[in-house]
Design a protein around this ligand. Structure first.
Ligand code: ADP
Length: 615
């Protein structure tokens, strides 16, 4: 009799219920039907093919693009008591033949394989002589040239399937798929009447925030000091900022690592491993870091710079809280980010050799438009989650109550008059200057350039005297984001009026802006977080680390943060109670149950001894 999916989920993963979409995909695969699942990062796609793989007779092949991803999954499965292996270029010929020998003996239930390996003689021969019941294609968007991580060898998967004596069920999984990519997946894999599952983009455990700190580095320092137990990623747009920020954090005693394409393969690999194995808790990185980072206990993703578009932002921010624990996604915004992004877009396009001028220009406009949407997000007054979800084509309520805008109680201030003064200064100076000069003129600064050009004679000179320069600057940013000013790029960016500016100048409309607390603003607490006993959690994390080191696996392979938190909340006193903890399956109960119980008991006992009540 085929074991029930729920029984498998409980036994091997220790979870008591399926998440949205999982059950349907699993059942349809088990009924022999192909599947295409588009589910966000962290929603639990792996379980959708692993549970059927465990339930079905024969072997499941999982095609996966990344070595680190395969390694993680295989380590997890073996720890959970499911025999699995991977075939990719990281294996030595000797390891490869040992794994192949085992595979031929029918030892493995699941085999992860890089698409490039499919057509090697040895693998093909093995596949032809082995009953393969399911072929799961992970990160299926790699099949499409329209996707962001195109892998040519993905396009040959169907050719591989055709060579098998019996066609297995084929199931494709991805987190991001536009209509075009979806179509490519369907046609290139020749899926047969697949069961389609698209679950929402919303990640309820993520807290979204946009902050405009006076000093971004200081903000990050405060944040990581405030949450010393949290591990996370800080993304920067340039390698130089990664190096500088990483150094700065370390000089303040925060154990940070760096990751970008300018480092040697060796350093990148070492740093990545150290982060995955919780030896260092902060990773400062460019967008080169991430794809395939399966670390489930990333508690925050802070963007030091605004990314170029929301697709990139959501993907990077989405690396937080994969295990369902509360996590923070904080964007640190400043007006200068927009210019940096424009520069990076332009440079990227100049570097693309195979483009004709027309194509390049069209791409530039598209990228600029995406940047505009990203900037809208960064300067929004209303619900951040709503904006994100709508951008990705989903319906969303007006207020999520779990983002910095919904929770922000700062007042909206009427800045119409100041805005009018600024527009006047821009007109009076002939629409030929950037924000720096406009701020100087409006605040009545005494600079050499101003006196050389006699700008102090203008009626608008000093019209905002007494107002902090930074504040004036933020009103200009706000005018740009609301479409009352545009930026003309040239040798340097120049502020220009737009058709909409007239209404504001004439007082037909008013302009409101949120006043942001400046300097000493402390980072937001993770408000959704359920209070658990921090000391016990820290102790359990230490025990987990010792076990992980002993086994040579990342800590979250032993138990995820969510599981440890559940232990702290429920404080099991027996193995039966331990079994009820989310993430403690039968095998893990056997391996780790007793020692975690002992730790919890000792902790309680210690409390009784020193008179502090712990539970
Ligand atoms: P994805 O591949 O969609 O990004 P994963 O398969 O890596 O997501 O799952 C993310 C996390 O969610 C993992 O820690 C996984 O164990 C956990 N998870 C998956 N399904 C469930 C479930 N039904 N209940 C609780 N946790 C789950």
């Amino acid at each position: 009799m085929i074991p029930q999916p729920l029984a498998i989920l409980e036994r091997y993963y220790g979870y008591s219920q399926f998440r949205q979409g999982q059950k349907e995909v699993i059942e349809s695969i088990l009924s022999g039907r192909d599947a295409l699942a588009i589910m966000p990062t962290g929603s639990g796609k792996s379980i959708c093919y692993q549970v059927p793989a465990i339930a079905m007779e024969g072997i499941t092949l999982v095609i996966s693009p990344l070595i680190s991803l395969m390694k993680d999954q295989v380590t997890f499965l073996n720890q959970a008591g499911v025999r699995a292996a991977y075939f990719n270029s990281s294996l030595t010929p000797r390891q490869m033949s040992a794994a192949m020998y085992n595979a031929k003996q029918g030892i493995y239930k699941m085999i992860y394989v890089a698409p490039e390996r499919l057509f090697t003689e040895v693998f093909l021969d093995f596949a032809r002589h082995t009953p393969i019941s399911l072929l799961a294609v992970d990160e299926a968007h790699c099949i499409s040239q329209w996707g962001h991580d195109f892998r040519p060898s993905y396009t040959r998967i169907f050719e591989f399937v055709e060579q098998l004596p019996k066609r297995p069920v084929v199931a494709a999984f991805t987190a991001t798929a536009t209509r075009q990519v979806e179509q490519d997946i369907l046609t290139q894999l020749q899926l047969r009447d697949p069961y389609r599952m698209t679950t929402g983009f919303d990640r309820k455990n993520l807290y979204f925030a946009v902050e405009r700190p006076y000093d971004k580095t200081d903000y990050i320092l405060q944040y990581v000091r405030r949450y010393p137990e949290k591990s996370g990623i800080v993304y920067c747009n340039t390698r130089k900022s990664v190096d500088e920020l990483c150094e700065e954090l370390n000089s303040h005693g925060v154990s940070a690592l760096r990751y970008h394409a300018g480092l040697s393969d060796q350093e990148r690999l070492e740093n990545q491993e150290a982060f995955l194995f919780d030896q260092n808790r902060v990773m400062v990185a460019t967008n080169a870091f991430g794809m395939g980072i399966d670390k489930s206990n990333v508690s925050f993703v802070i963007h030091y710079h605004m990314p170029m578009n929301l697709e990139q932002y959501y993907q990077e921010a989405g690396r937080a809280g994969r295990d369902g624990s509360p996590a923070d996604c904080i964007l640190l915004y400043s007006g200068a980010d927009v210019r940096l992004c424009r520069f990076l877009i332009d440079r990227g396009l100049e570097d693309s050799e195979n483009l004709e001028d027309g194509q390049r220009e069209a791409l530039r406009q598209r990228e600029y438009e995406k940047l505009k949407q990203m900037t809208f997000y960064a300067t929004l007054d209303t619900c951040l989650r709503q904006f994100l979800l709508r951008y990705f084509g989903e319906k969303a309520p007006g207020r999520c109550q779990h983002c910095s805008n919904c929770q922000d109680n700062s007042r909206l201030v009427d800045v119409t008059q100041s805005a009018q003064s600024l527009l006047s200064v821009i007109v009076q100076t002939g629409q030929r200057f950037g924000a720096g000069m406009v701020v100087d003129v409006a605040t009545g600064a005494k600079t050499a350039r101003i006196s050389q050009m006699h700008l102090e004679r203008l009626p608008g000179y000093g019209s905002l005297a007494g107002m902090e320069k930074r504040r004036v600057r933020s009103i200009i940013d706000h005018l740009v984001s609301k479409g009352y000013l545009s930026i003309l790029e040239g040798d340097y960016p120049i502020l220009k009026l737009t058709p909409a500016s007239g209404e504001l100048r004439n007082g037909e409309v008013s302009l409101h802006m949120k006043v942001f607390a400046s300097k000493g603003k402390t980072p937001p607490p993770s408000k959704q977080e359920v209070e658990v006993d921090g000391a016990l959690l820290a102790q359990l994390k230490q025990l987990r680390k010792r076990q992980a080191d002993r086994l040579g696996v990342p800590a979250y392979v032993v138990f995820t943060d969510a599981t440890l938190r559940d232990m702290c909340a429920k404080k099991p006193t027996s193995l039966e109670e331990m079994r009820e903890i989310s993430g403690v399956g039968a095998i893990k109960l056997e391996r780790f149950g007793e020692m975690f119980l002992t730790e919890i008991r000792n902790y309680a006992g210690q409390g009784e001894k020193d008179g502090t009540i712990k539970f």
